[in-house]
Design a binder for this molecule. Structure first.
Ligand SMILES: [Zn+2]
Length: 229
């Protein structure tokens, strides 16, 4: 069922059918507000502990825990962004996608679990993948030990990330940066560590490259600090 002949990305071979359209959520957000920034402001109502509480746990999407005896424990020092590297068709059940991904990761790749710690769907919902206490896996030459790995569904060589996805990346990165004391300059993406991949795709990498994520995370952390006063 799965082929595994492309080293470009962890889950690239775990294919779904092509998705020809941009998410309508980006359109509606742009139409409503005319700019992206006010939409980002909407998402800031959540505190970072609320962001963490809102993450859909493994049991809730029908996954099973990894074999702890085979896990490599690590301490989080980096936050690293990935894309799925395959089109994610609107209407695809993200929970079914996660169950398939877990099965594929274990049975085909013989990994401990899904290679990523968090997965963000088309609606910006955040799902737990591999236990954050366990180091991730990769098809490429970098060592993901110490990296909190975030995957956004879709192929951002072909489509743009939508507003919900971008907001989810920011709030998840901010939550992780605060919880684990990760400095802003340790927020990066797969291709920053590997010459073998274009992950997270040109259209998502743009936000890494131009400093958008680091700036937005810094803002969220400042807001959190202001709240605490
Ligand atoms: Zn990647």
């Amino acid at each position: 069922m799965w082929k595994d002949d492309d080293p470009d990305h962890e889950t690239r071979a775990m294919n779904l059918r092509p998705a020809p359209v941009l998410s309508r959520s980006l359109l509606s957000c742009s139409l409503l507000f005319g700019a992206l920034a006010p939409c980002a402001a909407q998402a800031q109502a959540q505190t970072l502990p609320q962001v963490e509480q809102g993450i859909v746990p493994v049991a809730a999407w029908g996954g099973t825990p990894a074999d702890a005896s085979k896990a490599r424990h690590h301490t989080i020092t980096h936050i690293t962004l990935h894309h799925q590297g395959e089109p994610f068709k609107p209407g695809t059940d993200p929970q079914q996608y996660l169950r398939n991904l877990q099965t594929w990761s274990r049975n085909t790749k013989h990994w401990l679990d899904i290679p990523y710690h968090y997965i963000i769907d088309l609606d910006g919902r955040i799902y737990e993948g591999r236990n954050i206490a366990y180091a991730g896996d990769t098809n490429t030459e970098y060592d993901p030990t110490g990296h909190a790995l975030i995957e956004v569904v879709g192929n951002f060589e072909e489509v743009e990330p939508n507003r919900q996805q971008l907001d989810a990346v920011v709030k998840l990165m901010a939550m992780l940066a605060k919880k684990y004391g990760v400095p802003l300059d340790h927020i990066a993406s797969h291709r920053d560590f590997s010459k073998q991949t274009v992950c997270p795709g040109a259209n998502l990498y743009r936000y890494v490259q131009d400093g958008y994520f680091r700036r937005e995370v810094a803002l969220r952390l400042a807001q959190e600090q202001a709240r605490a006063r």
